[in-house]
Design a protein around this ligand. Structure first.
Ligand SMILES: [Fe+2]
Length: 265
């Protein structure tokens, strides 16, 4: 009997995916677009978190080393994402709008989940051997920062979307708006590539559901198909852990590898 995606658990829990401001408002100005792109990165981080959370209790001894690598790649993705915002996106946006109060809360929110995230990293890197890995211990650590992470990732999207009505925002359709959009897209794209071409970038792509919100994000980010194919295939040659990801090399959602049961979506 065919099962629908909605009937079986997938990586949309415990962290519920965030709807994009473009999907909700149908607007396409600088900050609605920017917040939506940010939202798609956050959703990939959420699918990563959820895939770790759901599979951690079921990891066989033979898979523990690879799973630890998968978890540490998620850690690197989130850590570099937050660090890049603190040193690049937030100050550049405040500079554009001549308002250095915009991201005060976001900076504080970063501090609210970073200690738990550091513990996640320290636990995984201090194991004497992969066989020592305990799924229940990892879940215990994840529980310490799940709520502040969830809150921050949602509120940051809302904060950026709300800048559409900031008095310093370039007028919709103006040359200034186009230039700002291009500068933001280029900088954020480069930041993601610099974070790790063979680990962070493929982690983002292997947890990116191209069918999300009816497929309106299937062509984003604007990486040519052949380049994306190469990035994902090289990553598969280099690292054994992509089987734990929530999507396949075509960025289609798939059953989680380690969760028991036939086809769990
Ligand atoms: Fe973010």
């Amino acid at each position: 009997m065919a099962t629908s995606i909605a009937e079986k658990p997938w990586t949309d829990e415990p962290l519920a995916l965030i709807p994009t401001p473009v999907f909700e408002s149908k607007m396409h100005n600088l900050f609605t677009n920017g917040a939506s792109h940010m939202c798609m990165v956050h959703n990939s981080l959420f699918r990563g978190y959820n895939s770790i959370y759901q599979q951690a209790p079921y990891i066989a001894d033979a898979d523990k080393l690879a799973f630890i690598g998968y978890c540490l790649t998620w850690y690197k993705f989130l850590k570099t994402h937050a660090d890049n915002e603190d040193i690049s996106l937030f100050p550049k946006t405040e500079e554009l709008l001549k308002d250095n109060t915009i991201f005060e809360e976001s900076h504080k929110e970063h501090s609210s989940f970073k200690p738990g995230l550091a513990e996640f990293h320290d636990y995984l890197t201090s194991l004497k051997s992969p066989s020592e890995f305990s799924g229940s211990k990892l879940l215990e650590i994840m529980a310490t920062f799940q709520e502040p992470l969830d809150k921050h990732m949602r509120s940051e999207v809302a904060t950026i979307a709300a800048l559409s009505s900031h008095p310093g925002t370039p007028k919709e359709g103006s040359k200034e708006e186009k230039a700002a959009q291009q500068a933001f897209d280029t900088r954020e794209g480069n930041n993601l590539i610099m974070s790790g071409m063979t680990d962070v970038l493929p982690f983002f792509l292997f947890n990116y559901d191209s069918g999300y919100e009816g497929g309106i994000w299937a062509d984003w980010p604007p990486i040519p198909g052949l380049v994306r194919w190469t990035i994902m295939n090289v990553a598969q040659i280099l690292h054994p852990w992509w089987k734990f990801a929530s999507c396949d090399a075509q960025r289609q959602r798939r059953p989680l590898y380690a969760v028991p049961g036939p086809g769990n979506i």
